[in-house]
Design a protein around this ligand. Structure first.
Ligand code: FMN
Length: 186
Protein backbone atom coordinates (compact mmCIF):
# COMPACT_ATOMS: atom_id res chain seq x y z
CA UNK A 1 0.00 0.00 0.00
CA UNK A 2 1.44 3.40 -0.87
CA UNK A 3 2.11 5.97 1.85
CA UNK A 4 -0.67 8.35 0.80
CA UNK A 5 -3.33 5.64 1.03
CA UNK A 6 -1.87 4.40 4.32
CA UNK A 7 -1.99 7.96 5.69
CA UNK A 8 -5.66 8.32 4.74
CA UNK A 9 -6.62 4.97 6.25
CA UNK A 10 -4.76 5.46 9.54
CA UNK A 11 -5.84 9.04 10.41
CA UNK A 12 -8.04 9.07 13.52
CA UNK A 13 -9.78 11.78 15.49
CA UNK A 14 -7.83 12.41 18.69
CA UNK A 15 -9.50 13.85 21.78
CA UNK A 16 -6.65 14.18 24.26
CA UNK A 17 -3.50 16.24 23.75
CA UNK A 18 -0.20 16.94 25.48
CA UNK A 19 0.93 20.55 26.01
CA UNK A 20 3.67 20.21 23.37
CA UNK A 21 3.24 22.74 20.59
CA UNK A 22 3.64 21.82 16.92
CA UNK A 23 6.56 23.47 15.11
CA UNK A 24 6.08 26.55 12.92
CA UNK A 25 7.62 24.56 10.07
CA UNK A 26 4.97 21.86 10.33
CA UNK A 27 2.21 24.43 10.81
CA UNK A 28 3.24 26.18 7.61
CA UNK A 29 3.25 22.92 5.65
CA UNK A 30 -0.22 22.08 6.99
CA UNK A 31 -1.56 25.53 6.04
CA UNK A 32 -0.06 25.24 2.58
CA UNK A 33 -1.96 21.98 2.03
CA UNK A 34 -5.17 23.72 3.16
CA UNK A 35 -4.64 26.43 0.56
CA UNK A 36 -4.10 23.79 -2.13
CA UNK A 37 -7.45 22.06 -1.53
CA UNK A 38 -9.90 22.20 -4.40
CA UNK A 39 -12.45 25.01 -4.19
CA UNK A 40 -15.62 26.00 -6.00
CA UNK A 41 -14.60 27.50 -9.37
CA UNK A 42 -11.13 27.94 -7.86
CA UNK A 43 -12.43 30.85 -5.78
CA UNK A 44 -10.37 30.00 -2.64
CA UNK A 45 -12.81 32.11 -0.66
CA UNK A 46 -11.60 30.82 2.68
CA UNK A 47 -9.67 32.10 5.65
CA UNK A 48 -7.70 29.98 8.10
CA UNK A 49 -7.28 31.55 11.54
CA UNK A 50 -4.63 29.76 13.58
CA UNK A 51 -4.82 30.22 17.34
CA UNK A 52 -1.90 29.04 19.48
CA UNK A 53 -2.39 31.40 22.39
CA UNK A 54 -3.78 29.49 25.38
CA UNK A 55 -5.46 32.55 26.82
CA UNK A 56 -7.24 33.25 23.51
CA UNK A 57 -8.31 29.61 23.17
CA UNK A 58 -9.72 29.72 26.73
CA UNK A 59 -11.51 32.96 25.97
CA UNK A 60 -13.02 31.35 22.90
CA UNK A 61 -14.10 28.30 24.93
CA UNK A 62 -15.84 30.49 27.46
CA UNK A 63 -17.85 32.42 24.82
CA UNK A 64 -18.74 29.15 23.04
CA UNK A 65 -19.94 27.72 26.36
CA UNK A 66 -22.05 30.77 27.13
CA UNK A 67 -23.56 30.82 23.63
CA UNK A 68 -24.40 27.10 23.84
CA UNK A 69 -26.04 27.63 27.24
CA UNK A 70 -28.18 30.38 25.69
CA UNK A 71 -29.21 28.18 22.77
CA UNK A 72 -32.89 27.32 22.33
CA UNK A 73 -31.86 23.82 21.26
CA UNK A 74 -31.84 21.49 24.25
CA UNK A 75 -28.96 19.36 22.95
CA UNK A 76 -26.69 22.43 22.65
CA UNK A 77 -27.80 23.79 26.03
CA UNK A 78 -26.76 20.46 27.56
CA UNK A 79 -23.40 20.63 25.80
CA UNK A 80 -22.77 24.11 27.22
CA UNK A 81 -23.60 22.88 30.72
CA UNK A 82 -21.03 20.07 30.70
CA UNK A 83 -18.64 20.75 33.63
CA UNK A 84 -15.10 21.57 32.41
CA UNK A 85 -16.47 21.90 28.88
CA UNK A 86 -13.45 21.84 26.58
CA UNK A 87 -14.40 21.36 22.94
CA UNK A 88 -10.78 21.56 21.77
CA UNK A 89 -9.53 18.85 24.16
CA UNK A 90 -6.56 21.01 25.28
CA UNK A 91 -5.03 20.93 21.80
CA UNK A 92 -2.28 23.59 21.66
CA UNK A 93 -3.22 24.69 18.12
CA UNK A 94 -6.60 25.27 16.56
CA UNK A 95 -7.26 26.22 12.95
CA UNK A 96 -10.61 27.90 12.47
CA UNK A 97 -11.81 27.53 8.89
CA UNK A 98 -14.06 30.26 7.59
CA UNK A 99 -15.50 30.97 4.16
CA UNK A 100 -17.15 33.90 2.45
CA UNK A 101 -20.84 33.76 3.40
CA UNK A 102 -21.77 34.40 -0.23
CA UNK A 103 -19.76 31.52 -1.62
CA UNK A 104 -22.29 28.96 -2.92
CA UNK A 105 -20.16 25.95 -1.97
CA UNK A 106 -18.67 27.26 1.28
CA UNK A 107 -19.44 24.08 3.24
CA UNK A 108 -17.75 21.87 0.66
CA UNK A 109 -14.75 24.20 0.27
CA UNK A 110 -14.17 24.25 4.02
CA UNK A 111 -14.58 20.49 4.33
CA UNK A 112 -11.98 19.65 1.72
CA UNK A 113 -9.54 22.16 3.22
CA UNK A 114 -10.09 20.71 6.69
CA UNK A 115 -9.52 17.20 5.41
CA UNK A 116 -6.24 18.35 3.84
CA UNK A 117 -5.27 19.88 7.19
CA UNK A 118 -5.98 16.67 9.10
CA UNK A 119 -4.27 14.40 6.57
CA UNK A 120 -1.21 16.63 6.27
CA UNK A 121 -1.01 16.75 10.07
CA UNK A 122 -1.24 12.97 10.32
CA UNK A 123 1.54 12.54 7.76
CA UNK A 124 3.71 14.72 10.05
CA UNK A 125 2.79 12.62 13.13
CA UNK A 126 0.55 15.39 14.41
CA UNK A 127 -2.87 14.40 15.73
CA UNK A 128 -6.08 16.20 14.94
CA UNK A 129 -9.82 16.34 15.40
CA UNK A 130 -12.57 18.21 13.57
CA UNK A 131 -14.50 20.33 16.07
CA UNK A 132 -18.03 21.61 15.40
CA UNK A 133 -18.81 23.63 18.55
CA UNK A 134 -17.61 26.95 17.20
CA UNK A 135 -19.59 26.56 13.97
CA UNK A 136 -22.73 25.87 16.00
CA UNK A 137 -22.52 29.27 17.75
CA UNK A 138 -20.88 31.25 14.95
CA UNK A 139 -23.70 33.85 14.84
CA UNK A 140 -23.55 34.73 18.52
CA UNK A 141 -22.49 38.41 18.88
CA UNK A 142 -19.76 37.68 21.48
CA UNK A 143 -18.38 34.86 19.32
CA UNK A 144 -18.36 37.18 16.28
CA UNK A 145 -16.43 39.75 18.36
CA UNK A 146 -13.66 37.26 19.17
CA UNK A 147 -13.55 35.90 15.62
CA UNK A 148 -12.88 39.33 14.22
CA UNK A 149 -10.06 39.80 16.79
CA UNK A 150 -8.60 36.55 15.43
CA UNK A 151 -8.42 37.99 11.92
CA UNK A 152 -11.49 36.43 10.36
CA UNK A 153 -12.84 38.87 7.76
CA UNK A 154 -16.30 40.35 8.11
CA UNK A 155 -18.86 38.47 6.01
CA UNK A 156 -17.03 35.21 6.53
CA UNK A 157 -18.69 32.37 8.39
CA UNK A 158 -17.19 29.48 10.38
CA UNK A 159 -17.63 26.02 8.92
CA UNK A 160 -15.32 23.96 11.10
CA UNK A 161 -12.25 23.97 13.32
CA UNK A 162 -9.31 21.58 13.46
CA UNK A 163 -7.67 20.84 16.79
CA UNK A 164 -4.00 19.94 16.33
CA UNK A 165 -1.29 18.64 18.63
CA UNK A 166 0.35 15.52 19.96
CA UNK A 167 -1.78 12.68 21.18
CA UNK A 168 -2.04 11.69 24.82
CA UNK A 169 -3.67 8.45 23.76
CA UNK A 170 -2.41 6.44 20.81
CA UNK A 171 -5.09 3.74 21.05
CA UNK A 172 -7.71 5.37 18.81
CA UNK A 173 -9.20 2.68 16.58
CA UNK A 174 -11.33 3.03 13.49
CA UNK A 175 -14.95 1.96 13.81
CA UNK A 176 -15.88 -0.91 11.49
CA UNK A 177 -16.94 0.42 8.10
CA UNK A 178 -20.62 0.14 7.23
CA UNK A 179 -21.53 -2.35 4.57
CA UNK A 180 -23.65 -1.44 1.54
CA UNK A 181 -22.45 2.13 1.16
CA UNK A 182 -21.05 1.62 -2.35
CA UNK A 183 -22.70 0.74 -5.61
CA UNK A 184 -20.76 0.27 -8.82
CA UNK A 185 -22.40 0.13 -12.19
CA UNK A 186 -20.22 -0.96 -15.11
C1 FMN B 1 -18.42 17.51 10.11
C2 FMN B 1 -17.74 16.86 11.28
C3 FMN B 1 -17.93 17.37 12.55
C4 FMN B 1 -17.28 16.80 13.65
N1 FMN B 1 -17.42 17.39 14.89
C5 FMN B 1 -16.75 16.86 15.93
C6 FMN B 1 -16.80 17.51 17.21
O1 FMN B 1 -17.40 18.56 17.40
N2 FMN B 1 -16.12 16.93 18.24
C7 FMN B 1 -15.42 15.75 18.08
O2 FMN B 1 -14.85 15.29 19.05
N3 FMN B 1 -15.34 15.14 16.87
C8 FMN B 1 -15.98 15.67 15.82
N4 FMN B 1 -15.87 15.08 14.57
C9 FMN B 1 -15.06 13.87 14.42
C10 FMN B 1 -15.93 12.62 14.22
O3 FMN B 1 -16.58 12.34 15.42
C11 FMN B 1 -15.01 11.47 13.76
O4 FMN B 1 -14.48 11.79 12.51
C12 FMN B 1 -15.76 10.15 13.70
O5 FMN B 1 -16.15 9.73 14.97
C13 FMN B 1 -14.91 9.05 13.05
O6 FMN B 1 -13.69 8.89 13.72
P1 FMN B 1 -12.28 9.02 12.96
O7 FMN B 1 -12.14 10.45 12.53
O8 FMN B 1 -11.27 8.63 13.99
O9 FMN B 1 -12.30 8.10 11.79
C14 FMN B 1 -16.47 15.66 13.46
C15 FMN B 1 -16.29 15.14 12.17
C16 FMN B 1 -16.89 15.75 11.08
C17 FMN B 1 -16.62 15.21 9.70
Amino acid sequence: MNEVIKNILTRRSIRSYTDEQISDEDLNIILETAKFAPSYKGTQSWHFAVVQNKEKINQLISVIKEALQNSSIEQYKKMGNIPNFNPFYNAPTIIITACDKNSPEKEADSAVALENIMLAAHSLNISSCWISSLSIVRDDPKVIGILSELGIPENYTILGTAALGFSNNSNAKAAPRKEGTISIVK
